[in-house]
Design a protein around this ligand. Structure first.
Ligand code: HEM
Length: 414
């Protein structure tokens, strides 16, 4: 065997040994070297549960855009979660529903996420950001995630859904327990917590819906809860359970990923003073810089699809059999050197930047205009208003393979 053949074999062997069901601890701090190994050594990676993990940009995008792929995972989730509220939730929202149900549900809430609706929230967002900046200035030392980043998206999504922002901490705690079981392998205790949390979340939201439904007239533009109750009254087919699950998925989607985007943006900019300076001094347009931060961070890292027919990968990487559960690793796709030059380095003026951080196809992120608007106000305001912000201890990443986020990020104002 030639030397280069031996190197290739060992690369493939090392890549095949990667197991996202029990990743090594340093994976959570920086998964990029594992993604690189997978892209180069085993781009169509067989996982222990029979699913296939795709890590190259072209392959991820092809499956995402393939309209024959399905998201409904009733059978698979039933095996993992058992019957109960957690299964009900993760099979009732648009995220895990195929057409026609997906479009039926998405169309009711779509108007809230149009550019015009989102623009109308920008003054409120700036107010929230300014208020939270004032608070942390008074604190001097604080946790950037909990005391600042989280406060922005949660205030916005509570307003959009129509629940009190004072309940933010509760919503985050219950929401996390609903989402955590979506990770590749979780203990039974987390599944039990997930079931209990769905029941709790529904009981929390039900009185808000009840109050709206009792009104003699409902203004659908007031909130998502109002829009869904009004649609139901107008004869659109949507059940109370579907409304409650829609609120849960939107509350969760609306704060966790955007919190992670804002906090990691500041974290990685601090590690790269040149980029930080470029953004603070207005040398790159905020919108362009933001796309690069989304690519680099990719707050939501993994997604799933089930093939309904054999799919030949256009990259030449083989054929995926019909009926295969495919895990798409957009976090790796966004670092694919075949598409992005020097992908592990922030390049705030990178163009083109066709990252897949918000997905692709019919499930493309509903809340992306909201996330972009919030981050493009919050990040520059932090750089401008908190110029002396420095670390105050070690940041720690969450031990979560689906959501990449900082668990803690201690900082202080010098
Ligand atoms: C930086 C922030 C965000 C990131 C990275 C992100 C990422 C994603 C991705 C990758 C998907 C595609 C899922 C799939 O294909 O299976 C998605 C879908 C979704 N996102 Fe986001 N998201 C973000 C912010 C938001 C916000 C602010 C909201 C809510 C207001 C939201 C609500 C949703 C919903 C409801 C879906 C499901 C859409 C559907 O199935 O049609 N997301 N998101």
């Amino acid at each position: 065997m030639t030397a280069s053949k031996t190197i290739e074999t060992s690369l493939a062997e090392r890549a095949r040994a990667i197991n996202l069901f029990s990743p090594p601890d340093d994976y959570f701090d920086d998964p990029s070297k594992y993604f690189r190994l997978l892209r180069d050594g085993d781009p169509v990676h067989q996982q222990e549960d029979g699913s296939i993990l795709l890590t190259r940009y072209d392959d991820v995008r092809q499956i995402w855009r393939d309209l024959t792929g399905l998201v409904y995972k009733g059978e698979q989730f039933c095996k993992r979660f058992g019957e109960g509220p957690l299964l009900e939730h993760h099979t009732s929202t648009m995220l895990f529903r195929d057409n026609p149900d997906h479009d039926r549900l998405r169309n009711i809430v779509n108007p809230f996420f149009s550019q015009t609706s989102i623009q109308s929230l920008s003054a409120f967002t700036q107010e929230v950001v300014d208020r939270e900046i004032k608070k942390v200035k008074e604190m001097g030392e604080f946790d950037f995630v909990h005391d600042f980043a989280f406060r922005i998206p949660v205030a916005l999504i509570c307003k959009v859904i129509g629940v009190p922002v004072e309940d933010a901490n509760y919503i985050q705690a219950v929401g996390r327990k609903v989402l955590f079981p979506l990770n590749p392998k979780v203990p039974q205790e987390a599944i039990d917590d997930g079931h209990a949390s769905v029941t709790e979340f529904k009981s929390y939201l039900a009185p808000f819906l009840g109050e709206i439904k009792a009104r003699s007239s409902i203004d659908p533009s007031e909130s998502i809860l109002c829009a869904m109750a009004a649609a139901q009254r107008d004869g659109v087919e949507v059940s109370d359970d579907e409304i409650l699950h829609m609120c849960i998925v939107t509350l969760n989607g609306g704060h966790e990923t955007t919190t992670n985007l804002i906090s990691q943006s500041i974290h990685f900019l601090m590690e790269d003073p040149e980029s930080l300076g470029q953004l603070r001094d207005g040398e790159v347009p905020v919108a362009t810089a933001l796309e690069e931060l989304i690519r680099f961070i990719t707050p939501l890292q993994l997604q799933g699809r089930r093939t309904t027919q054999d799919v030949e990968l256009e990259s030449g990487n083989g054929t995926i059999q019909a009926g295969t559960e495919v895990v798409l690793c957009q976090a790796s796709a966004n670092r694919d050197e075949r598409v992005f030059e020097n992908p592990n380095k922030l390049n705030l003026s990178r163009r083109p930047n066709n990252h897949v951080g918000f997905g692709a196809g019919i499930h493309v992120c509903l809340g992306r205009p909201l996330a972009r608007m919030e981050a493009s106000i919050a990040i520059p305001t932090v750089l401008k208003e908190l110029p002396t912000l420095t670390r105050n201890g070690k940041a720690r990443f969450q031990r979560n393979t689906r959501f990449r986020g900082l668990e803690k990020f201690p900082v202080k104002l010098a």
